[in-house]
Structure formats: structure tokens, C-alpha cells
Design a protein around this ligand. Structure first.
Ligand code: HEC
Ligand code: HEC
Length: 375
């Protein structure tokens, strides 16, 4: 319908703009600007179409956007890659990692990363040993041990653990760990998985840093096919998927009658029933066996309001709500009396204050944090 030059194709890709397709007559082109300044595309017969842009044909003023700024790109560019891109300098020891783990991770991931209660295990023992279980196959014997897939046995690259912990953990407070803390936690998790670095075991004193981190070779690094790395990746992947045998596909010859050498009946498989798979062999354990946290009664913990504030309030207070010590900011709020302020904080408000600030502090502790903020 329209002849497209190279440039206008590019703008179509870059800009998300306006459009005619051979399926739409020009009068049916309806596109509204939406709240973000983008365009809402018409949906015809429940489908959107391939849009072709020819600004000249419509005399339209198109929003060609702009190149992202360096800082905008930087904000997106957060990945930590196996070759060290995105991995900052820093260091932390196995021992520090263990302390952090006990404080911030054990409640979900269990002692020594054993997992449980629906949370993933971070270790099941020796990664290099367990890597050998990955070829276990329950096709013939459903009662046999299956593969053990945890960080140490399965993950091909260590950089993922660093990135994952920094950006996603602890689950309820992601992005609160310093780089050094992430190194310490990574060191601890490597040690409980019995991964060595440069032939060295990671004992308690071992200090992990960037340089050492980049020397890690995970046991299962070469265990993935097809190879998706390197300049030949695309070719390799295509060649791999050309051959169904590479991924266990078996052609079922339905029509063929047979008396001998018949195709074996398929193994018993788990069926998806309703929302989940219900038929497992052997059955999946439903025991929730996270260790009880033992608190030594003689060990009196003094509550530190300042740390609690910094851990749980400062991301909003000092941002969308008054910070600690901001007398002017708090003035109109405390005008209604301190008791009301406590209650509002404890119960939460409709204006963005979550009950107890979204924490599991006790009411008394919470009040201490409020007092600290008002000081
Ligand atoms: C409140 C519970 C909770 C806490 C606390 C927590 N995690 Fe997690 N963690 C999760 C959940 C849930 C997942 C799975 C997330 C998913 O698969 O989307 C997970 C996944 C992970 C994984 C990926 C495991 C895998 O094999 O896929 C790592 C590594 C991890 N957490 C490390 C940590 C570390 C280190 C800490 C402490 C700093 C921590 N977690 C604290 C709940 C938690
Ligand atoms: C998710 C953001 C967020 C977090 C986290 C948060 N606050 Fe708030 N808080 C607000 C906002 C927004 C307001 C003001 C809204 C209002 O006045 O209703 C507010 C108001 C308050 C008030 C005044 C309530 C009133 O109106 O009388 C108190 C007290 C308070 N926060 C205490 C805390 C404490 C203590 C913490 C940490 C333990 C905390 N907040 C964490 C967002 C937050």
C-alpha cells in the first residue's frame, strides 16, 4: 500500500506511532493519546495489527521521542554479568555472611540454606557432588532419586547469585544490602555449597572480593545445551533444535500396528488437576520444618529506634513524608496530639502511611521510632 523507506521503518520501530494497515481504511484509524503521552492502538476483531508508518500520507505530527540520556540508560543497566560487567568492587567474609544470613535470611531459607515451608533451598550440601545427580532420570523408575537443582549443583554462573541477592533479597526488603554485605552473603552461600575458588575451600575467614569472585567456576557451567554464549550462539541453537533427539522428543507412530518391538507405553506422568500438579511419585513433602528460632532469655536486646527508622521508615519519610527531625514538616501532624499520631501510625492512614509502617514492630517499639522521628 505504501512504499516504505528505510528511515520510516526505523521510526516505526523507535517511536511507536501512528499507523495504517492494509486492513484498516484510513477513516477507521482511531488512536487516542493515553495518559503517558503514548498512543492507544485500535483493536479490531480482538487483535492489533502490524502498524506501518507513513507520516506524510496523513500529514500527522508524530512524536519521535528522543534518545535516552546516559543517566536513563544507567538506571536500566543493572545486570551483573559473568564477565564482570556490573559487578562492583567490595568484599565480605564467609563469617560476616553467616551472621547476615542468620539475621536476614534464615527465617525463610532455613538453617544452612536448607529451604522449607515453600521457600527455595540455597544449598543441599556439596554442589560439585550434587551436580552429578542432574542426569538422574525417573523415566524408568519413578521411585528413584531425581536431580537436585540448587545454586551449587545447577546454576551455570555465579554472577547470578550476586545480582539476585543484591536486587531481590531479602524478599520483603530488597535493595537494602550494601555491596560488601552481598559479597559476604555470596561467600557464605558458596561455602555451604562447598564451591572452591582457585582450589581453595571457603572457610570462615575467607574474604571474597571482586577479583576472586570472577575466578569462580560453577560445577555445572558446561552442563547446559545448547550453548547460548559466544558468536556462534544463534547457529548452535538452531542446529540443536533441528534434531528432536537432542531434547528427548520421541515421535509417536500412532497408525503403525505392531506385534513386536512395539513402542513402550509412556511412563506414569503427573497430571495437572485444577490449579496444580497433584500426583507426584514419590510424594512431595508438605512438612513445614523451619527451625524454631531460639531466644536466650538472659540475652536482653535493647531496641534501637534509629536503626529501625533507617531500616523501615526512611524510604518514605524524607521523601514523601516528613523525615526524622524535620520539625516544620511534623508540626501540622502533631498539632492533633501525640496519641492520635501514634494511633494513626499504628493503624495506618489513607494517605499513604501503611499500618506500623509496614513493619512487624510491636506497638511499643513503633512508638519509640515515632518519638525518635519527632525529636
Ligand atoms: C521473607 C522471606 C525471604 C527472606 C527473608 C529471604 N528470601 Fe530469598 N527468596 C525468597 C523467595 C520467596 C524466593 C523465591 C523467589 C522466586 O522464585 O520468585 C527466594 C529466592 C532466593 C534465591 C534464589 C534461589 C533459587 O534457587 O532460585 C536466593 C539466592 C535468595 N533468595 C537469597 C536470599 C538471601 C541471601 C537472603 C537474606 C539476605 C534472603 N534470600 C532472604 C524469600 C526470602
Ligand atoms: C510506604 C511509605 C511509608 C513508610 C514505609 C512509613 N511511612 Fe509513615 N507516613 C507515610 C506517609 C505518606 C505519611 C503521611 C500521610 C498521612 O499523614 O496520612 C506518613 C505519616 C506517618 C505518621 C503520622 C501519622 C498521622 O498522620 O498522624 C507517623 C507517626 C509515621 N508515618 C510513622 C512512621 C514510622 C515510625 C515508620 C517506620 C516504622 C513509617 N512511618 C514508615 C509513609 C510511610
Amino acid at each position: 500500500m505504501y512504499k516504505l523507506d528505510h528511515k520510516s521503518i526505523l521510526s516505526a520501530v523507535a517511536v511507536v506511532s501512528l499507523l495504517a494497515t492494509s486492513a484498516f481504511s484510513s477513516s477507521s484509524i482511531v488512536s487516542k493519546e493515553d495518559i503517558s503521552g503514548g498512543l492507544q492502538y485500535p483493536i479490531v476483531k480482538e487483535q492489533t495489527h502490524i502498524y506501518r508508518v507513513n507520516p506524510n500520507a496523513y500529514g500527522l505530527k508524530l512524536n519521535y521521542g528522543r534518545a535516552p540520556t546516559k543517566n536513563e540508560l544507567k538506571a536500566w543497566d543493572i545486570d551483573v554479568m559473568p564477565d564482570g560487567r556490573g559487578l562492583p568492587e567490595g568484599s565480605g567474609s564467609v563469617e560476616q555472611g553467616e551472621e547476615l544470613y542468620e539475621a536476614k535470611c534464615v527465617s525463610c531459607h532455613g538453617d544452612f540454606g536448607s529451604g522449607g515451608g515453600g521457600y527455595p533451598a540455597l544449598s543441599k550440601g556439596s554442589g560439585p557432588e550434587l551436580q552429578k545427580t542432574l542426569t538422574n532420570n525417573r523415566w524408568k523408575d519413578p521411585e528413584a532419586d531425581g536431580p537436585v537443582r540448587v545454586f551449587g549443583s545447577y546454576w551455570p554462573k555465579a554472577s547470578t547469585i550476586w545480582w539476585y541477592i543484591r536486587d531481590a533479597m531479602p524478599h520483603t526488603k530488597s535493595k537494602t544490602l550494601s555491596d560488601d554485605e552481598v559479597y559476604a552473603l555470596a561467600a557464605y552461600i558458596l561455602s555451604i555449597n562447598e564451591i572452591e575458588i582457585d582450589g581453595k575451600e571457603l572457610d570462615d575467614e575467607y574474604v571474597l572480593n571482586r577479583e576472586k569472585f570472577l575466578k569462580i567456576k560453577m560445577p555445572n557451567e558446561d552442563g547446559f545445551v545448547p550453548n547460548i554464549d559466544g558468536p556462534n550462539a544463534l547457529k548452535d541453537v538452531r542446529a540443536f533444535y533441528k534434531n528432536p533427539k537432542n531434547y528427548g522428543a520421541i515421535k509417536v507412530e500412532k497408525s503403525k500396528r505392531c506385534m513386536k518391538n512395539c513402542q513402550e507405553p509412556t511412563a506414569k506422568v503427573a497430571r495437572v488437576v485444577g490449579a496444580g500438579i497433584s500426583d507426584f511419585h514419590p510424594p512431595i513433602s508438605v512438612v513445614r520444618d523451619l527451625p524454631e528460632v531460639k531466644v536466650d532469655p538472659s540475652h536482653k536486646v535493647t531496641f534501637d529506634a534509629k536503626s529501625a527508622y533507617e531500616e523501615s521508615c526512611v524510604m518514605c519519610h524524607g521523601n514523601i513524608a516528613p523525615a526524622a527531625g524535620d520539625k516544620e514538616g511534623w508540626k501540622p501532624i502533631i498539632a492533633k496530639g501525640i496519641d492520635k499520631v501514634y494511633t494513626n501510625g499504628i493503624k495506618g492512614t489513607n494517605n499513604g502511611m501503611p499500618a506500623l509502617g509496614g513493619t512487624s514492630l510491636s506497638e511499643d517499639e513503633f512508638k519509640k521510632v515515632v518519638d525518635y522521628m519527632l525529636k
